[in-house]
Design a binder for this molecule. Structure first.
Ligand code: ACM
Length: 762
């Protein structure tokens, strides 16, 4: 068995990286940073000062004091300095808006901006200078002059609170973190098929009904709530008081919250609450724990527009944002096509297609927003069927939406899938959180250039900025969200803030360990799995060949096989190497002298060399893979399976069959809770030979001869994974293909891991 020991974070070898230049380790990198002679000593006697009658400057001074206290343990007084006292001085004048100047000189660190946001960002940079060297207490800051201003005005992250709900403290925590990276926009996805999360006083059922659901799967269905005698529901919503509190919290950190109220699709939850809003002949009667694209659309009755107008009236009263997001994506038109009232309305309006009806629908909403003094933003589907006159387009299906929008004279925001969709895994490590299976690594996010080359200088002015999105279908618990956002959001922050010419992957990677230490100093979690080294073994002669994986593009893996902890001086991993069975391989990724994550320790034994988890198996086809969490047990650890739900089939490449006597497979079942319309017909299974079905193992190819059959009956009643065994004999190396026989789609059988057991292990 592979055993991974995680060494304590405290044991990390910490040292500042040798920076390629004398620039400070600030993330996002400032526009210009020029070293000067001398240094500023920051210690507990340093004071922070701001003009006495300037509430915003005072707030930024206190914000800096709080950050320094929490990260460095330096408790600085916020007051006017006495003669001769060293001070961090926030002062007015100079750059406007979000821009600021910062000077570090022996007697003072001065932050200057005439803008409130500029002073705030200067304070964030001052904190980063004070934490560029890890540790607690006093620190010496080399003198420098920084001139800084953002590249883009829209520097966004999206949080999907509809698919899974996060509490108020989480949202505030995300806002806090965004401020540290100079993000200024939180796009808050509050409505989707699976949940309506915003209290609307006029329509209480939106949250009484639409904010709660029974999760998919048999485990949740069997989890009866003693209070109701029915399956326990999950969910929640934000009261208007809570929203006001969050909006104010964000504003204090110079972050605008742009709420999203989805129309005309992704409307299952509100239609369950108020069926008269829908277009289907038989409206849905229960909220749903399915994912995918639901067919339910709002109808186009005037009463429905009145409802949306009422909702938006309450929305704009809560959110001062200039922009209100109204969705517009993935509205499949089947229900509009088959609804006589919708068709009659189209005739009356001389609208020739359902796509144009959507254009008309979104234009109606734009008029409502305009009347309330706001601007509409929508996903790029709003370009289809006639774009509303002043709409801003968020380009997610690649960048074409942004190009078309800008060429038509519309503002646009770049948020393309998959690169800026942080619901994708950032590593194929089995420790990685559930999410979409295609890996979107840190470097891919960093390297993303948002300005489309197809736009001329005039058109480029329509590009407001860039945004990364966290959809939460597979982010079941809120503690996992930061592990998906970070550190990739930090990489995007640099794209959003720093001048394009300042971007340099190697330089960013040099600054990364410092930034990660800042997170550690504030106890802010981030996705460490992608930065960890891990060992994957395969049989080799009497021993095993070890491949080390992890921290690709970011660091150098170093390892030991003598029991000692890896250090920056340990052997650098270059290529797979052989070890005797029983060896413990300790591996850790470093950037220069700095460890990126804790070390792993893997005992390489005969089982480890012949075990593959689903994440290390190959998918049989080029379909979309998901890293899905089991639906059970309801409480406690759940398995994670990498699976193509359209073709659940895995290949163990070049498996060593010599001496193998038996195969062990750990299998699980998951609900098929994907709304994929007619595509469901494309999913094919071989028919089962026994009532519960079988796992079939084929050799050579997926059409090859069956070499082992594992009946599923012993696993049929289990909520978790079950280990099945069957004899398997072979010789040499061959690909093994694994697939399940099934009568029906539900539940879907999935492979967790497979071990080839030699006669000699048994
Ligand atoms: C989207 O991902 N449907 C905007």
């Amino acid at each position: 068995m592979i055993r991974s020991l995680l060494l304590a974070t405290a044991a990390l070898a910490i040292a500042s990286p040798s920076l390629a230049s004398s620039r400070a380790a600030i993330v996002p990198a400032p526009a210009s940073d020029t070293p000067r002679e001398g240094a500023f000593s920051l210690d507990a006697r340093t004071v922070i000062s701001a003009p006495a009658n300037d509430a915003q400057a005072q707030a930024s001074a206190r914000y800096l004091a709080d950050l320094l206290a929490r990260s460095r343990g330096l408790k600085l007084a916020v007051r006017a300095p006495k003669a001769g006292e060293r001070a961090i001085v926030l002062e007015r004048g100079g750059p406007a808006g979000e821009a600021y100047g910062l000077t570090v000189a022996p007697q003072a660190l001065t932050i200057r901006s005439s803008g409130d946001a500029g002073l705030f960002y200067g304070a964030v940079t001052a904190w980063q200078l004070a934490t560029a060297t890890p540790g607690k207490g006093a620190v010496v800051l080399p003198a420098r002059v920084i001139e800084d201003a953002p590249r883009f005005g829209w520097r966004g992250l999206m949080l999907d609170s509809a698919r899974h709900f996060q509490d108020v403290a989480f949202v505030k925590g995300l806002i806090d973190r965004m401020a540290l990276s100079k993000f200024n926009t939180l796009h808050w996805h509050l409505v989707d098929d699976q949940g309506w999360r915003l209290e609307i006083k006029k329509y209480p059922k939106l949250t009484e009904v639409g904010a709660w659901r029974v999760p998919a799967g048999t485990a949740a269905a069997a989890d009866i709530d003693p209070k109701t005698g029915k399956p326990r529901v999950i969910g929640g919503y934000y009261t208007q008081d809570q929203v006001r509190e969050i909006v104010a919290y964000a504003a204090a950190r110079h972050i605008t919250i742009v709420p999203e109220i989805e129309t005309p699709g992704h409307a299952h939850a509100p239609i369950v609450a108020y069926p008269q809003l829908g277009s289907a002949a038989s409206p849905p009667t229960a909220t749903s724990g399915d994912w995918g694209v639901f067919p339910y659309l709002y109808n186009v009755d005037e009463t429905t527009f009145a409802f949306l107008d009422d909702v938006l009236t309450e929305v704009v009263a809560l959110f001062p944002s200039r922009y209100i997001h109204v969705g517009g994506d993935e509205a499949v038109k089947d229900q509009w096509k088959s609804n006589p009232a919708v068709q009659a309305r189209m005739k009356e309006l001389h609208i020739g297609s359902e796509a144009q009806l959507q254009g008309w629908f979104i234009s109606r909403i734009e008029q409502m927003l305009k009347a309330k003094g706001r601007k509409l933003v929508g996903w790029d589907e709003i370009l289809e069927g006639g774009v509303a006159p002043d709409a801003t387009v968020m380009s997610w299906r690649g960048i074409d939406g942004a190009i078309i929008a800008a060429k038509l004279g519309h503002d646009t925001i770049l948020s393309p899938a998959p690169t800026l969709y942080l619901n994708h895994r950032q590593t194929n490590s089995p420790e990685e959180m559930p999410g979409r299976g295609q890996v979107v690594g840190l470097k891919e996010v960093y390297d993303y250039e948002p300005m489309p080359a197809a736009l001329n200088a005039d058109e480029q002015h329509h590009v407001l900025g860039v945004q990364a999105n966290l959809w939460t279908e597979h982010v079941r618990t809120q503690d996992r969200a930061p592990l998906m956002y970070y550190p990739r959001a930090t990489a995007l922050a640099e794209t959003a803030w720093s001048p394009a010419a300042r971007k340099d992957w190697g330089d960013f990677a040099d600054r990364l360990p410092v930034e990660l230490d800042r997170y550690r100093s504030l106890s802010l979690p981030f996705g460490e799995a992608a930065l960890k080294a891990r060992a994957l073994a395969a049989p080799s002669g009497a021993g095993a060949q070890v491949t080390l994986l992890g921290a690709e593009d970011v660091g150098q893996i170093r390892y030991t096989i003598d029991g000692s902890a890896p250090s920056p001086a340990a052997r650098a991993y270059k290529a797979p190497f052989d070890v005797p069975l029983g060896t413990t391989v300790r591996a850790q990724a470093f950037r220069g002298q700095a460890a990126l994550a804790p070390a792993s320790a893997t005992v390489i034994d005969a089982r480890a060399a012949r075990t593959r988890v689903s994440q290390d198996l190959k998918s049989c086809t080029q379909g979309i893979v998901l890293n899905l969490e089991d639906d059970g047990p309801v409480r406690g650890e759940r398995a994670r399976f990498l699976v193509d739900v359209m073709n659940p089939c895995w290949i163990y490449e070049r498996a060593d069959l010599s001496g193998v006597a038996e195969i062990e497979a750990a299998v699980g079942q998951i609900p098929f809770n994907f709304q994929i319309g007619a595509d469901v017909e494309k999913i094919k299974f071989r028919p089962p030979a026994t009532p519960a079905g079988e796992l079939e193992v084929r050799q050579g190819s997926c059409e090859g001869a069956v070499v082992a059959t594992l009946p599923l009956a012993p696993a049929a009643k289990s909520d978790g994974v079950t280990v099945l065994k069957a004899p398997l004999k072979g010789a040499g190396r061959a690909d093994l293909c694994f697939s399940f026989t099934q009568k029906a789609l539900e539940p879907l059988w999935v492979l967790d891991r497979v071990t080839l057991v030699t006669g000699h292990d048994r």
